[in-house]
Design a protein around this ligand. Structure first.
Ligand SMILES: O=C(O)CCC(=O)C(=O)O
Length: 282
């Protein structure tokens, strides 16, 4: 299994990320990783574990059933995920895109949409949902299956990370604990003709990944394919300007970090260092 990305991350990749708040990187993970993590996702979907944090809905399309499955902080109880978040190329990809010398792991999240699933992921950006602030936080969303416009491609609004907006967290089950006074994120699907908006989406092969900024607006459709699953893992990493910000109505962190508000999240148990440039050179 490759520890480093299969191809270098270039200045052009970084420039795309800076401008758009998202970049698509092709062919970063070898077959062994993909096979291993597809098996690990299948295991995690059905595993009963006291630390499992799963959310599942079955929403029919065309009279058949479809399953949307989200599983969060899997690394806390599953060794394959622990290896993935700490030893796969994800951490180096995050560091190189942010242009930083060290990254800490934040959390992992599995997103599966089985064939024929109506459940969409509403337009949102991530930061309002997290007990963090800062610019140096990225998500590395790795496609474990091929993805195109029929099976729940992720879609972004280019440059939205620079709008200065902080929309209310979008919680799929509208959990009242996350209710806030913040402006709700608009439904950008109704504004496809708006010349000020540039929508970005990519046909992806398994092993390609998207890296996005925590304020880039994104969402995805249901899976309209009748045969093809959509399986992805989104792994989040933090660089030096990330700060612990335990506001009301934010996600709880498995492991309960012991940090002062405003501190760099240097809790090695909950947010371990996943990549350092000095170690990579050694
Ligand atoms: O895979 C999806 O549909 C949503 C992913 C997402 O929102 C994320 O990785 O931040």
């Amino acid at each position: 299994m490759n520890k480093q990305p299969l191809r270098p991350i270039t200045a052009a990749d970084r420039a795309d990320f800076e401008r758009d708040g998202v970049v698509c990187l092709r062919g970063m993970f070898d077959f062994e990783w993909l096979e291993r993590m597809r098996r690990a996702v299948d295991h995690a979907m059905d595993a009963e574990h006291p630390l499992a944090r799963r959310r599942e809905v079955t929403k029919a399309l065309g009279g058949k059933t479809g399953r949307s499955h989200i599983n969060t902080f899997v690394w806390a109880w599953n060794d394959d995920f622990r290896d993935w978040v700490l030893n796969s190329p994800c951490a180096e990809i995050a560091a190189r895109i942010m242009g930083v010398d060290e990254v800490r792991f934040f959390y992992d999240q599995v997103f599966v949409k089985e064939p024929n699933t109506a459940e969409r992921t509403d337009w949102h950006h991530d930061l309002p949902f997290w007990p963090m602030r800062g610019n140096d936080i990225v998500s590395v969303w790795v496609a474990l299956t091929d993805v195109d416009s029929t099976n729940s491609q992720l879609e972004y609004i280019a440059g939205s990370h620079k709008w200065g907006k902080f929309y209310a967290a979008a919680i799929p089950d509208k959990d009242p604990r996350f209710k806030s006074e913040l402006e709700p994120c608009p439904d950008f699907s109704t504004r496809r003709d708006d010349p000020t908006l540039r929508f970005l989406r990519w046909d992806m092969q398994a092993g390609d990944c998207l890296v996005h900024h925590p304020l880039t607006v994104h969402g995805s459709d249901g899976n309209f394919s009748l045969q093809r699953r959509r399986v992805a893992i989104s792994t989040r990493y933090m660089g030096p300007d990330a700060r612990w910000d335990p506001r009301p109505a934010v996600m709880a962190i498995t492991g309960d970090p012991q940090l002062e508000p405003g501190a760099y999240p240097a809790d090695d148990r909950v947010f371990p260092v996943a990549w350092r440039s000095s170690a990579a050179r050694a």
